[in-house]
Write a protein that binds this ligand. Structure first.
Ligand code: NAD
Length: 480
C-alpha cells in the first residue's frame, strides 16, 4: 500500500509518530493509500526548516521568485495526466472535471501570482508642505495554509501561491480526506528549484497537525478554507495570539431567477451551479428562488433535465456526477434529505444513494436531488449540506426574494437571473454576499476579491487582496 509522506525541508519524510491512517477511494469505498498521521513534532520540524529558508527566500529578487513559481506551474502542467488522475481518484469527482477545472486552475493560480508579484506596488501619500508617507509591504515570515477537500489542489494552490510569491515560507496542510495532489506537489517544487524549507507540506488530521500549525507561535498568519465551525475554532485559538487571519468558510448560496431571464441559458447554468462537483463547491447555489410566473415551467424543465444526469464512476466519460467525497459525507447528505422530508418537503427527483455495478458497488454516490415545498426558514434551507441537493421555492416580489435569500447566517455568493438591468443592479447590491454573478455562474477572474460576509468568513483572497494579506504594511513618513 502506497504511503504518502510529508514534504519538509525540500525532501519527503515519514511523520515523526511513524503512524498512518487510511485514504479511501470514494468511487469504490476502498482504502488505496496511507496518510501520515503528523503532529506538533512535524510542525516544529517544518518551522525550523522554514526559519532557515526565510532569509534566503525573502531576500531573493521578485523576478527570481517569480521564475521559480512559473516553473512550478509548468511542472504541474507537464504532469497533467498524473495530477488529473490523482485528483479524481482521491476526491471521487469525474475525471473530466479534474481535467477541465481543478488542475488547470491550480496551474493558473501559480502562474497568476508568479506574475502578479512583479506588478505589486505599495502606496505613497503626499502631504503638501508637510512631507510624504510611503508604505512598504514586506513578507510576514512563516505562514500556515490549511485547505479543504472539495477542490483539493485548486484551493491549496490558491493560498500557497500568493504566500510564496510575497516572500513568505509556508507550512501547508491539505485536507486529510484528499491529500494526494498536495503530496505530488513536493516533487514538482524540487524540480522547480524551490529552495529547501520554503514550502513544507504536512499531512494529517485537523485536530492534531492542523491545530499545531494554528498554535505554533512562530507561524504568524493563518489562511484557512473550510467549514464555519472549524473557522470559529481557529479564530478562537489564533485571535488571542494576534495572528493575521483569513477565513473562507461555509455557504448556503441563493440563486434568484426572475421570469424575464433568458430561460435556456439560465437552465443550463443552473444545472451546473446546482450539481457541479456533486454540489460540493462552496459557490454552488443550493437554494433556488423562482419568480412565480416561471415556477411551473422551470420546475418541469429542471426536474426533467436533472433526472437524466448520469451518476457514474469518475472515469466514465459520460459521468455528469461522480462520487461524493467520503462515507460520512454521503451519510450527512442523506440525513439532510431525510430531514427535508420531515420538514414537509417533497423530493421531485433523486433523494437516494445510487448503487453502481462492481467494482463500484461500495462507492459513495448520491442522486442529484430537487426538493420543493419547504419554508425558507427550515433547517434544510438554512444549514449547509454541501452535496447534490437543491431546494426550489417560488417568490412573488423582489423584496420577498431578497428577504429569503438573505435569511441565512451565510453570505458567500449569489446568482441573479434577469434581463432587467436596473433590477440586476438593485438585487446584486442588496444581496448579502461577497460574490454575485448576474446571468452567469462561476466566472472567475483571479484579480477580483474572493470571499464571504457574515459566517462565510473574514477577509478576501485573490489579486492584490491575497498579496496584501500575505504582507505586513509599514508606513514611513519623511518630513519635507
Ligand atoms: P473542515 O473545516 O472540516 O476542514 C478544512 C481543513 O481544516 C482540513 O484541512 C482540516 O484537516 C483542517 N482542520 C480541521 N480541524 C482543524 C483544527 N481544529 N485546526 C486546524 N485545522 C483544522 O472543512 P472540509 O469539510 O474539509 O470542507 C468543507 C467546507 O469548506 C464547507 O463548509 C465549504 O463551504 C467550505 N469551503 C469554503 C470555501 C470558501 O472559499 N469560502 C471554499 C471551499 C470550501
Amino acid at each position: 500500500m502506497k504511503k504518502l509522506q510529508n514534504f519538509i525541508n525540500g525532501v519527503y519524510c515519514p511523520p515523526a509518530s511513524g503512524k498512518y491512517f487510511d485514504n479511501y477511494d470514494p468511487s469504490t469505498g476502498e482504502v488505496y493509500s496511507l496518510i501520515p498521521h503528523s503532529d506538533c513534532e512535524d510542525v516544529s520540524c517544518a518551522v525550523s526548516a522554514a526559519e532557515a529558508a526565510y532569509p534566503i527566500w525573502s531576500a531573493m529578487s521578485v523576478e527570481e521568485r517569480s521564475r521559480i513559481l512559473i516553473r512550478l506551474s509548468v511542472g504541474i502542467e507537464t504532469r497533467m495526466e498524473e495530477f488529473v488522475a490523482a485528483e479524481s481518484r482521491d476526491n471521487g469527482k469525474p475525471l473530466s472535471l479534474a481535467a477541465q477545472v481543478d488542475i488547470p486552475r491550480a496551474i493558473s493560480n501559480f502562474h497568476f501570482f508568479a506574475t502578479a508579484i512583479l506588478h505589486f506596488a505599495s502606496e505613497s501619500h503626499y502631504m503638501e508642505g508637510v512631507g510624504v508617507n510611503y508604505t512598504t509591504r514586506k513578507p510576514i515570515g512563516i505562514v500556515g495554509c490549511i485547505s479543504p477537500w472539495n477542490l483539493p489542489l485548486y484551493l491549496f494552490s490558491w493560498k500557497i501561491a500568493p504566500a510564496l510569491a510575497a516572500g513568505n515560507c509556508v507550512i501547508a496542510k491539505p485536507s486529510e480526506v484528499t491529500p494526494y495532489t498536495a503530496y505530488l506537489l513536493g516533487k514538482v517544487a524540487q524540480e522547480a528549484g524551490m529552495p529547501q524549507g520554503v514550502l513544507n507540506i504536512l499531512h494529517g488530521m485537523g485536530a492534531q497537525v492542523g491545530d499545531a500549525i494554528v498554535r505554533h507561535p512562530k507561524i504568524k498568519a493563518i489562511s484557512f478554507t473550510g467549514g464555519t465551525k472549524t473557522g470559529e475554532y481557529i479564530a478562537q485559538t489564533a485571535g488571542p495570539m494576534f495572528k493575521k487571519l483569513s477565513l473562507e468558510l461555509g455557504g448556503k448560496n441563493a440563486n434568484i431567477i426572475f421570469a424575464d431571464c433568458d430561460f435556456d441559458e439560465m437552465l443550463s447554468t443552473t444545472m451546473r451551479s446546482s450539481f457541479a462537483n456533486q454540489g460540493q463547491i462552496c459557490l454552488c447555489g443550493s437554494r433556488i428562488f423562482i419568480e412565480r410566473p416561471l415556477y411551473k415551467r422551470f420546475k418541469q424543465a429542471f426536474v426533467e433535465k436533472v433526472s437524466r444526469l448520469k451518476v457514474s464512476f469518475p472515469a466514465d466519460p459520460e459521468a455528469k456526477l461522480g462520487a461524493v467525497v467520503s462515507k460520512p459525507h454521503m451519510e450527512k447528505i442523506l440525513s439532510y434529505i431525510a430531514l427535508a422530508k420531515e420538514e414537509g418537503g417533497t423530493v421531485l427527483t433523486g433523494g437516494h444513494r445510487v448503487l453502481l455495478k462492481p467494482p463500484y458497488e461500495n462507492g459513495y454516490y448520491v442522486a442529484p436531488t430537487i426538493i420543493e415545498g419547504l419554508e425558507y426558514t427550515c433547517r434544510t434551507n438554512q444549514e449547509e449540506i454541501f452535496g447534490p441537493v437543491v431546494t426550489i421555492t417560488p417568490f412573488d416580489t423582489e423584496e420577498e426574494a431578497l428577504k429569503m435569500a438573505n435569511s441565512t447566517e451565510y453570505g458567500l455568493a449569489g446568482t441573479v437571473w434577469t434581463s432587467n438591468l436596473k433590477r440586476a443592479h438593485r438585487v446584486a447590491d442588496n444581496l448579502q454576499a461577497g460574490i454575485v454573478w448576474v446571468n452567469a455562474w462561476l466566472v472567475r477572474d483571479l484579480r477580483t476579491p474572493f470571499g464571504g460576509m457574515k459566517s462565510s468568513g473574514i477577509g478576501r483572497e485573490g489579486g492584490w487582496e491575497g498579496l496584501r494579506f500575505f504582507t505586513e504594511a509599514k508606513n514611513i513618513f519623511i518630513k519635507s
